[in-house]
Structure formats: structure tokens, C-alpha cells
Design a protein around this ligand. Structure first.
Ligand code: DOR
Ligand code: ZN
Length: 405
């Protein structure tokens, strides 16, 4: 057994001077004194690593933007040891054969554990595999679909599913891709898209609203649904970010929206933090018709740890939002440093705040809207008890697996 000794984040208790015994990928014991073959006395603090339930690793289909190797290495170096990949790859993940293909690619290339989201298409609930496919959740998009069909698909799935239905919540009637002169045009075109979408959504405990971005959206959340927010909708707005590179769906909004969403995130009304890591190359972003999307899986936790160190967020809330809540939302017994759970954790020096340096990131996107922002990267990241990232370097060749099979 490996025994880690130092200050450990224990749920409902906070930082505790203790020992964590790890064997066979599991936390065998958390106790003041433990005996083991190997003692690892760490500096800094041990926190649960993160589960990012919203990434686009682009594989299969767009390996020049990202693939499971580069995406998962980016995740690992940012303190994320499990991800859920969205279905808008090429081909879309929308049936057993496309699912199996993605699962096999991810199993052979991903360094982090993973889940796979399956796209909602008309008639999904009649498929004989609907109940059995080992997906993390169903995902519904508003692109290229009538609003009648979009809401009817949502009602159909919510009526029958046992898994979360994750919705990209912008009303289909607002999703025209018009030419943009400036970033603010994108925001203007989509002004009411989120609140109109949410006010027509049925309320269900199985409904999960991806990337909340507006005050009006927050105020129109169906009462039983859960939600997530991304760092870019908490920290970026049209005043501090002007570049068209920052075109993203849903769009960046105002400082006031940041403020309202951040307060709701702080008090847990928005329970989950997710990155919506959506990499595109810089030349695609600088083209005449730039695609929407920002990379973010590697910078999400470091930016938010910096928020904690500067006193704008409680550590307890961050750990809950990045680890405990996404795990419990997806029905996984993990996300805490506790006896019997998976040994997914990271070591962090909360004094080690540094400007984000593009050269140190691992995504093929090779840019970030947060360049030079202060951030605290984890020094060591462990997935199932194995050191997979050490000061931004990948240290393991072993692979992740599907958490839902
Ligand atoms: O900005 C976005 N980009 N929003 C999405 O929902 C999709 C994503 C992508 O896949 O690029
Ligand atoms: Zn997305």
C-alpha cells in the first residue's frame, strides 16, 4: 500500500492532517497513522481531482482540432481525471456502432477515465438499445432542428430515461449563424435564446442544463432541473474580452451576468462546474466564418483554484462543484477522498499562482482566452492511484476506461 501523508481535503470536514492509504486504485483507508510499503509525504494540500462532464475531444472526426490523447493529456495536467465527451464528433455518437467506435478509440488513447454522451435524435426512445447502451447521458442540441422537434425530443426522452438529459439550452429559432462584425453581434443575436428555451422546457429531475450563461436563464430554470456553469461565463464578458476568437455558444454576456451566475455558483444554486472544452485551431477561429467554441479543460481548475486563493470562492464549494456534484449527478460513487472510493486526487500548492503560459498547455487548439491570467496548476495528479501528471508532464502510459460500462 502507498501511504500519502499531509493535509487532505475531507468532505464535510475540510483540510485535515492525516494519511491516505492507496492500493489497487482505491483508497483503502484514511487514518491519522497508517503503515505501508511506500510513504509519500507531500507538500501543499491533497484535493479530489475533477470530473468534467462537458468536453469535446473531437475524436473521431476532427483530429487536427483535438484527439483523445491530446485532450486527455490536457485534462490530466489541469487536474481533471475523468471527462464526459459530447456526441458532436464525426460521425455523431448516435447509435451502438458509433458509440462502440468512440469507446474503443478512447480506451486506447485516453489517459483519463471517461464517459460518452449519446445524441438525441427523433425516435431514440424506441431503439432497443435505449435502456442498455453504457452512455453517461443523452445530449440534445438546438442546431438544424425545428423548435417543435427540439421540445418534442426533450419531452420524449424525459418521459422514459433513467439517465440525465443534458440540453444545450438555446432556443432553436435563434440559432442562425449570421456573419459577425464584432463579438457583441453574436451576443445580440442570441439575447433571449436561453431564457426562451428554458421557459418552454418541462421540469424533471432528469433534466440537466449545460453551460448556463444569463441571469434570465438562471431565473427561468425549471425547478427540478440541475445546471452547470463554465469558467468563461463566470469570468469573461463583452467588456474584458473583445476578440472574435471568443465566439462561443452560448455567447459571452455582460459583467452583470457573470456576477449573478457567480453568486448562484457560490451558493450552490448552480451546482456543477464544467469546461465545455471546445477546441478549434487558430486559423479556423480567424477565418471569415469562425466556429464557436473555446478550449478550457486544462485551465478550468487552475483558474478556479486561483479564485479560491484570492478569496472569491470557498474551497468547499469548488470541491463540491468540480468533483462531488458531477459524480453524484452521473450516479458515480467517487469525487471524495474517502475509504473505499477511487483514488483520484491531486496535490496543489495554493501559493503557486502563475500566469497561464500557452507553451505549457497540451490542447491542439494552441490558444486560450485566459493567456496570462493567474492560475494554480496542480503539481501532481493521480488517477486510480497512479501518478499520471507531474508538474505539467504526463508520466504514465496506462489508459482510462468507460466509467459507465
Ligand atoms: O461553442 C460551442 N462549441 N458550443 C457548443 O455547444 C458546441 C461547441 C463545439 O462543439 O465546438
Ligand atoms: Zn459543448
Amino acid at each position: 500500500m502507498d501511504v500519502f501523508e499531509g493535509k487532505v481535503w475531507i468532505s464535510n470536514k475540510g483540510l485535515t492532517e492525516t494519511s491516505v492509504g492507496v492500493e489497487n486504485g482505491k483508497i483503502q483507508a484514511v487514518k491519522k497513522n497508517l503503515k505501508g510499503e511506500q510513504k509519500i509525504k507531500f507538500e501543499g494540500i491533497m484535493l479530489p481531482s475533477a470530473l468534467d462532464m462537458h468536453v469535446h475531444f473531437r475524436d473521431p472526426g476532427y483530429p487536427h482540432k483535438e484527439d483523445w490523447k491530446s485532450g486527455s493529456e490536457s485534462a490530466a495536467c489541469g487536474g481533471v481525471t475523468a471527462v464526459v465527451d459530447m456526441p458532436n464528433t464525426n460521425p455523431f455518437t448516435s447509435d451502438v456502432s458509433t458509440f462502440n467506435k468512440k469507446e474503443s478509440i478512447a480506451s486506447s488513447r485516453s489517459i483519463v477515465d471517461f464517459g460518452i454522451g449519446v445524441n438525441v435524435e427523433e425516435g431514440l426512445t424506441n431503439e432497443e438499445w435505449f435502456d442498455t447502451i453504457p452512455s453517461a447521458f443523452w445530449k440534445l442540441y438546438p442546431y438544424g432542428i425545428s423548435s417543435e422537434q427540439y421540445f418534442s425530443n426533450a419531452r420524449e426522452v424525459l418521459g422514459k430515461t433513467k439517465k440525465p438529459l443534458v440540453i444545450h439550452c438555446e432556443h432553436p429559432d435563434h440559432m442562425h449563424n449570421e456573419p459577425l462584425n464584432e463579438l457583441a453581434d453574436h451576443t445580440k443575436n442570441r439575447h433571449n435564446a436561453e431564457s426562451e428555451c428554458l421557459s418552454s422546457m418541462p421540469s424533471s429531475p432528469n433534466l440537466h442544463v449545460a453551460h448556463l450563461s444569463t441571469k434570465e436563464g438562471l431565473n427561468n430554470m425549471p425547478s427540478l432541473a440541475t445546471s452547470e456553469v463554465c469558467p468563461h461565463h463566470l469570468l469573461l464578458n463583452l467588456d474584458n474580452c473583445h476578440s472574435l476568437d471568443c465566439k462561443v455558444d452560448p455567447p459571452l454576456r455582460t459583467h452583470n451576468d457573470n456576477h449573478t451566475l457567480y453568486n448562484a455558483f457560490r451558493d450552490g444554486r448552480i451546482p456543477i462546474l464544467a469546461s465545455d472544452h471546445a477546441p478549434h485551431t487558430i486559423s479556423e477561429k480567424r477565418s471569415d466564418n469562425p466556429p464557436s467554441g473555446l478550449p478550457g479543460v486544462e485551465t478550468m481548475i487552475p483558474l478556479m483554484l486561483n479564485e479560491v486563493s484570492e478569496g472569491r470562492l470557498e474551497m468547499q464549494r469548488l470541491v463540491n462543484a468540480m468533483s462531488e456534484s458531477p459524480a453524484s449527478r452521473l450516479g458515480l460513487d467517487r469525487g471524495r477522498i474517502s475509504e473505499g472510493l477511487t483514488a483520484d486526487f491531486m496535490i496543489v500548492d495554493m501559493k503557486n499562482s502563475k500566469p497561464i503560459d500557452l507553451d505549457c498547455l497540451h490542447s491542439k487548439a494552441n490558444w486560450t482566452p485566459f493567456e496570462n491570467w493567474s492560475a494554480i496548476f496542480p503539481s501532481k495528479v493521480y488517477r486510480r492511484g497512479e501518478l499520471i501528471a507531474d508538474d505539467g508532464e504526463i508520466t504514465s502510459k496506462s489508459k482510462g476506461h468507460n466509467l459507465f460500462s
